[in-house]
Write a protein that binds this ligand. Sequence first.
Ligand SMILES: N[C@@H](CCC(=O)N[C@@H](CS)C(=O)NCC(=O)O)C(=O)O
Length: 204
Amino acid sequence: MLRIWGRTNSLNVQKALMALEEIGRPYARIDAGLAYGVNDTPAFRAMNPNGLVPVIDDEGFVLWESNAIVRYLASAYAPGVLWPLDACERAGAERWMDWQLTLLLAPLNAMFVPLVRNPGSGDPAAMAAARSACEAHFAMLDALLARQPYVTGAAFGMADCCIAPVAHRWLHLPLTRPDFPHLEGWFARVRARPSAKVLELPLS
Ligand SMILES: N[C@@H](CCC(=O)N[C@@H](CS)C(=O)NCC(=O)O)C(=O)O
């Protein structure tokens, strides 16, 4: 059976869990990271030398990096469903996945950590800058979702698995947000999917 290592409150783990739920492949999850430890053991580092979650082991195929995991699961088990077969649609989806990792995540974390994980730990100026970066980034996503129903394209797909956990954090941070109706409409559609149960826990 496929195994996945990672604590459920990690957004990177949630991406992979969402993809697993979508493809319907049975899996066993092993708690790892932060209070659970495990990710600092030699056995774990033999799988992922970064010592980070998530990691999957699919019948001997070990893979780390959340977006790579989502791409693997989508292409191996859901071609034409999570994984767009059209090269342009697939590249368009991958662009938003890369954008999430390279541009969206850092400012989101710069707010999430001081607001939720280590309350009061943030520098106010850095938090203000992170907040305006997040607002600008989510405005881009809102504009995309005004033109198409899902981040992946016409149907729910791999990019939605990668961005939903980040949007979930943003939409539940204890702060006042600009009105992004298309983002919120998309998130409501995503949240109605059975796979979104992996997001249904308080931010921590
Ligand atoms: N780029 C990596 C980042 C992985 C990462 O930063 N994982 C965090 C959790 S979100 C982690 O393992 N932190 C250490 C810990 O939980 O102990 C990915 O997308 O998989």
